[in-house]
Design a protein around this ligand. Structure first.
Ligand code: SAH
Length: 356
């Protein structure tokens, strides 16, 4: 069976069709799946006992065999302007993962983690410092979004999801693709494919496989330098997949889906922020359906990396723009909420040693 935890089925691990099959397996009509979906998602109710349009005996049977894996926050922290809230969600085995809610003018975005820890070992990132603990199930990713919805006033809901929390989504491929399908369910969270983003450090076979799934999601790739030597010094994965192959895979992704690929570029003082870096980025991405998103680095204690000064960020932006590259600078979300990947988890006793 899918999404078993302690022998029970997590409803959040299932597409609607799979939930229908689950109810058929119980000898129940398929429409039970729609009823339970409505409770779990629209009504934000995780307790079968409260699902009042189900017969009492079925509510009992469900409590014995299944659960709605909406996660509970064990810590949370909001930015001073109140637009960003970071949550630490507890998992059944005592681990914890972080998710971030960003309140944009155009809607609410959830930044979702795909793994507890990460094994990619990027030198500037807090999530990876303790290595990979384990992959998350689909239901544990969906449960971050329903966990946030459960804390919002009824008139608000998460309408966008970005797989940009801790973990490398393409290192937990099946669960992440399933997550995309589950959050897209119209009777579930109903998040449109174009409102879902998956961010990867650049695992080429994963990008090519994703291109063939026929999903209309946005692909975001962490570039951080146009040269293999500097990329390798920041991101060990670059030793396996040269940057030209990453960009070639992104062209294929764009051709297969018609979607523009975003390249994330965290500006690090004296490392990847020179004029020549900007020129190389422009040359590398020339002619593609691409977009560069400059991120001011969130410095992580214990790493040698500092953010480029604001003037340099502006200059780098202008250089790229003048060379015809579509470019934006990410608004400073999350400063003051430890929003760089992994920072809140590492601060909490539950997440282990404090690396901050
Ligand atoms: N593993 C995926 C997704 C998680 S990280 C990936 O690498 O893309 C999401 C983004 O945040 C990536 O672009 C990552 O490089 C970036 N990031 C990680 N630590 C950061 C930090 N301290 N400051 C700024 N960006 C950071």
């Amino acid at each position: 069976m899918l999404g078993i935890s302690d022998g029970k089925q997590d409803i959040l691990d299932l597409t609607l069709r799979e939930a229908e099959e689950f109810f058929e397996g119980l000898g129940e009509p398929r429409y039970r799946a729609r009823q339970v979906f409505r409770w779990a998602y629209a009504r934000r109710q995780a307790d079968f006992a409260a699902m009042s349009d189900l017969p009492a005996w079925l509510r009992e049977r469900l409590t014995e065999t299944a659960f709605v894996g909406t996660l509970r926050a064990v810590a949370q922290k909001s930015s001073r302007d109140g637009r960003t809230t970071k949550f630490l969600f507890g998992l059944a085995d005592g681990e914890a993962v972080e998710s971030v809610l960003m309140r944009h003018d155009y809607g609410y975005t959830a930044c979702v983690s795909s793994q507890v820890g990460c094994r990619m070992a990027c030198g500037f990132c807090a999530s990876t410092r303790g290595g990979l603990v384990r992959n998350l199930r689909t239901g544990e990713m969906v449960g971050q979004v329903t966990g946030i919805n459960a804390l919002l006033p009824a008139e608000h809901r998460v309408s966008r999801a970005v797989l940009m929390g801790s973990g490398e989504p393409l290192d937990n491929y099946e669960s992440c693709v399933k997550f995309i399908r589950v959050v897209n369910e119209p009777l579930g969270l109903n998040i449109g494919m174009r409102h879902i983003t998956l961010s990867t450090c650049g695992i080429v076979p994963g990008i090519l496989r994703l291109a063939r799934e026929g999903l209309q999601i946005t692909l975001s790739v962490s570039l951080h330098s146009p040269t293999d030597a500097v990329r390798r010094s920041l991101m060990p994965v670059a030793g396996k997949y040269p940057v030209r192959e990453v960009v070639r895979a992104c062209r294929e992704y764009g051709d297969a889906t018609g979607r523009r690929v975003t390249f994330e570029y965290a500006l690090i003082e004296g490392v990847n922020d020179s004029d020549s870096d900007a020129r190389e980025v422009a040359r590398l991405l020339n002619g593609g359906l691409f977009h560069v998103n400059i991120i001011p680095l969130n410095p992580v204690r214990g790493t040698p990396y500092r953010r480029s000064p604001p003037r340099r960020v502006k200059e780098f932006y202008v250089l790229l723009e003048n060379m015809g590259i579509a470019v934006t600078v990410r608004r400073e979300f999350g400063i003051g909420v430890d929003a760089a990947c992994g920072q809140l988890r590492r601060r909490s006793a539950r997440g282990g040693a404090d690396g901050m």
